[in-house]
Design a protein around this ligand. Structure first.
Ligand SMILES: Nc1nc2[nH]cc(C(=O)O)c2c(=O)[nH]1
Ligand code: SF4
Ligand SMILES: [Mg+2]
Length: 193
């Protein structure tokens, strides 16, 4: 079994409910969407076997993987997740909600970008919903979305720069609708990967 890998790096989770936790990011190549605000160059990839990925990540003193992309659910399956689970890894995923998630994932972050009504059919329950928001965007209707305990709004940045009007807009939405909370891309604020 192989993966088409864009990059592997060791950093701290910058966003959401696991912010600040050391994690090995495995960015898989390719996405099935093309969002205007996308901050990631995910097209290029190299073919790696699971053993090669394991060898690379074993150098880090960390047992959390974050599968990201692109859209990692285009490539992951139950067997790949089981391979890393059997070797002691906990696995988080950052998904756009357009594909089913393999079993065995320990923390699901879902950031739907379109077709919100099909997301819940594919992924009934997640650990967090995190929506990139720019000024003027409507607040998502949580009644049709996957079940979760964490509803997060993430103001869209200009590359690594805060766009204050997006932050202010998210804050006003949250004050009016306190089921939501703010998620910042803290890695960009502090200049780490
Ligand atoms: N530090 C850090 N945290 C992240 N959380 C999600 C990321 C992503 O690109 O998916 C990301 C990233 O690129 N860097
Ligand atoms: S779903 Fe995510 S990775 Fe894919 S284009 Fe949109 S923002 Fe970029
Ligand atoms: Mg990123």
């Amino acid at each position: 079994m192989n993966l088409n890998v864009n990059e592997i790096f060791y950093s701290l989770q910058g966003e959401g409910g696991r912010t600040g936790q050391a994690s090995i990011f495995i960015r898989l190549a390719k996405c099935n969407l093309a969002c205007s605000f996308c901050d990631t160059d995910f097209e290029r990839g190299v073919k790696m076997s699971l053993e090669e990925v394991l060898k690379e990540i074993e150098q880090y003193n960390c047992k959390w993987i974050i599968w990201t992309g692109g859209e990692p659910a285009l490539q992951l399956n139950d067997k790949i997740v089981a391979f890393f689970k059997e070797r002691g890894y906990l696995q988080a995923i950052e998904t756009n909600g357009t594909k089913r998630i393999p079993s065995g994932i320990d923390y699901i972050t879902c950031s739907p970008k379109q077709n919100f009504e099909i997301v819940r059919e594919l992924i009934p329950e997640v650990d967090e919903l995190r929506f990139p928001i720019q000024k003027g965007d409507p607040l998502p209707d949580i009644s049709i979305l996957p079940k979760t305990n964490r509803y997060l709004l993430s103001p869209i940045f200009d590359n690594d720069k805060v766009i204050q009007e997006n932050v202010d807009y998210c804050i006003s939405l949250i004050k009016d609708n306190p089921v939501w909370a703010l998620s910042l891309q803290t890695h960009k604020l502090i200049g780490i990967r």
